[in-house]
Design a protein around this ligand. Structure first.
Ligand SMILES: O=C(O)CCC(=O)C(=O)O
Length: 318
């Protein structure tokens, strides 16, 4: 778990504010200017404290692992797939959306293929069992995007087919994927629309910038559910949520710390099929945990940490 230390932090901030206010007066700021600076400083400290108290509630499904659930900005000075502005946008907002990958026809064909090879039954970690899913996982365009965000050594360690049926009440409340992973934060999720996804049929909603809050409380029945839910709802309300509609074949890439929501499919007759693939830098050191469902396959580079228990790419033609 992340260090707690709220009191220490408050003391440090008080010291900083004392010196800053003295400095304002020393450089000759008078009257309303000093007042404005003081107010700005107090607001900054309050906001810092608010974020910090949020952090003290941090959680993960694996508190015993001592994971680092803070956001470390992507540093990529010469990206290939993205522009520098897009890298800055990823760092600021936590995602990049509407990225092209497949044509609408290709996406529809993939969706049919998914149904033919078992539909929902094939849904967890198909990248380790189905050759054409593996081909998507290591698609050239996908890897170019990922290399800008994760570097040269990349593993795909979780994947899932999700097909939200018309009228399905299935929804996923606000959550961060990092809370499911037994590895430090810093993974990215690729969500590929295999059919059109919009507000009616339950496209994802994101809370832009929420990744900067680090690991938020987890919806954990063993914990105080009301506290957790109010913390998560407070983050959603404070930062605001936006829909992420996508045409079939397009994808969105988002930080594992980004708070996101998947509402019900309210359409009468439109499925909302999607494939998600989660990737990490192979420099990360994952933990073995009976509840974590990591099934890592190396996509490019090498297992530089030596800690990924790599599986071979699938050979089954389904
Ligand atoms: O696709 C969905 O409906 C849910 C996706 C999601 O929330 C996730 O992958 O974490």
């Amino acid at each position: 778990m992340l260090p707690v230390g709220g009191r220490r932090s408050t003391g440090l901030q008080a010291g900083v504010s004392f010196f800053a206010l003295s400095a304002f007066e020393y450089v000759g700021l008078k009257g309303s200017a000093v007042l404005a600076c003081k107010l700005a400083l107090v607001a900054t400290i309050r906001f810092g404290n608010m974020l910090h108290s949020f952090a003290t509630l941090m959680n993960t499904r694996y508190p015993e692992l001592g994971l680092d659930l803070s956001y470390h900005p992507v540093r990529c000075d010469s990206p290939n797939a993205f522009t520098l502005e897009q890298i800055a946008q990823f760092n600021a907002e936590g995602y990049l959306t509407n990225l092209d990958l497949f044509s609408e026809d290709e996406a529809a064909a993939l969706s049919r293929r998914f149904d033919q090879c078992g539909g929902e039954g094939a849904k967890l970690n198909p990248h380790t069992r189905i050759d054409w899913v593996w081909e998507i996982a290591e698609n050239e365009r996908v890897l170019a995007c990922l290399q800008d965000l994760l570097g040269e050594n990349i593993v795909c360690f979780i994947s899932q087919f999700i097909d939200k049926k018309p009228g399905s009440k299935t929804s996923v409340e606000g959550h961060q994927d990092s809370s499911y992973f037994a590895v430090d934060a810093g993974s990215v999720n690729l969500w590929i629309a295999l059919g059109e996804a919009d507000e009616e049929n339950g496209c994802l909603w994101f809370v832009p910038g929420s990744h900067l809050l680090g690991g938020l409380p987890v919806r954990n029945p063993a914990g105080d559910l009301n506290v957790v839910e109010s913390e998560l709802e407070a983050a959603v309300n404070r930062l605001g949520k936006i829909p992420i509609p996508l045409k079939a074949g397009r994808m969105v890439i988002f930080s594992d710390l980004l708070l996101h929501i998947s509402p019900p499919n309210k359409s009468a007759n439109r499925n909302r099929p999607a494939l998600t693939l989660t990737y990490a830098s192979a420099q990360k050191r994952p933990h073995d945990h009976p509840k974590a469902r990591h099934e890592p396959v190396l996509c490019c580079g090498g297992d530089v940490s030596g800690h990924w228990k790599l599986l071979p790419p699938p050979t089954a033609v389904l």
